[in-house]
Design a protein around this ligand. Structure first.
Ligand code: IPE
Ligand code: IPE
Ligand code: MG
Length: 248
């Protein structure tokens, strides 16, 4: 069977793809297994999608791994997710270096336990000079918190006389978010059939193309990723203009 990969126009690959990786629990439940079994298979999907993104030259891949709201899940599930993360970093770091991937973690890292935080910070430090794919992991991430943080910093700068109120622009806000320096996503994928944003990148997705698929995250592998990219490439991004203006 032909692969969607062959249909992708390599000159029009989105620079930044963001993914809400959802459906691990339901995938496990369908198999009469514990939710953690789904999270474990979800790690294999992460590896597949990171490789796929590298293969077609995506520059930024942002993965929503754990939201600020996910702290409210049962303690055992939170702990299992955190140890999968630490284990994943430990097992994959060599591979990540080989693939020349730079890791950046965004979110409220102050909420993480010391060992988790250490693993995350080490991974960022070790990969900081890598230049192929930028792998952005949203961990303990909430978009509203991110915006609140940005506004506090901006207010502080105004208070200290470093910034004039009239000089605050959309760019000022972008530059104070955790994602400062990262271009806005071109494509946002959410798996599992839920059609919502769940406090992810609210500011950054104002003109992002959205792609929702019923496929559960543990079943989302390379081919499903390529299909999403192909789907994106069939769209016309008008940014408020009309079609005729774009062809020029
Ligand atoms: C996504 O799968 C993983 C995280 C949110 C950490 P879920 O755990 O939300 O799986 P469902 O949505 O319950 O199936
Ligand atoms: C969103 O999934 C967060 C992540 C994928 C990490 P959830 O499963 O937590 O989202 P809701 O609560 O169902 O919207
Ligand atoms: Mg979910």
């Amino acid at each position: 069977m032909a692969s969607f990969k062959d249909k992708i126009d390599l000159d029009k690959v989105p620079t930044h793809v963001a993914i809400i990786m959802d459906g691990n629990g339901r995938w496990a439940k369908k198999r009469n297994r514990e939710r953690i079994y789904g999270h474990r298979e979800g790690v294999n999907s992460v590896k597949a999608v990171v490789e796929a993104a590298g293969e077609i030259g995506v520059k930024y891949l942002t993965l929503y791994a754990f939201s600020s709201e996910n702290w409210s899940r049962p303690k055992e599930e939170v702990e299992a997710l955190m140890s999968l993360l630490v284990q994943g970093i430990h097992d994959e770091l060599e591979n990540i270096m080989k693939q020349n991937i730079r890791i950046r973690v965004i979110g409220d890292l102050s909420k993480l336990k010391a060992d988790v935080r250490q693993a995350v910070e080490d991974s960022m430090e070790k990969t900081k000079d890598n230049t192929a794919l930028n792998l952005v992991i949203a961990l303990s991430y909430g978009s509203r918190d991110e915006i609140v943080d940005a506004l506090r910093q901006i207010a502080q700068e105004v208070k200290e006389g470093k910034l004039e109120v009239e000089d605050i622009t959309a760019e000022t806000i972008s530059n104070h978010l955790y994602t400062a320096g990262i271009p806005d996503p071109d494509l946002l994928i959410r798996t599992s059939g839920e059609v919502r944003i769940s406090n992810f990148l609210l500011w950054q997705i104002s003109y992002t193309e959205l792609y929702f698929t019923p496929i559960l995250w543990p079943e989302f592998k390379k081919e499903q990723f390529f299909e999403a990219i192909y789907n994106y490439q069939q769209r016309e991004r008008r940014f408020g203009k009309i079609s005729e203006q774009l062809s020029k």
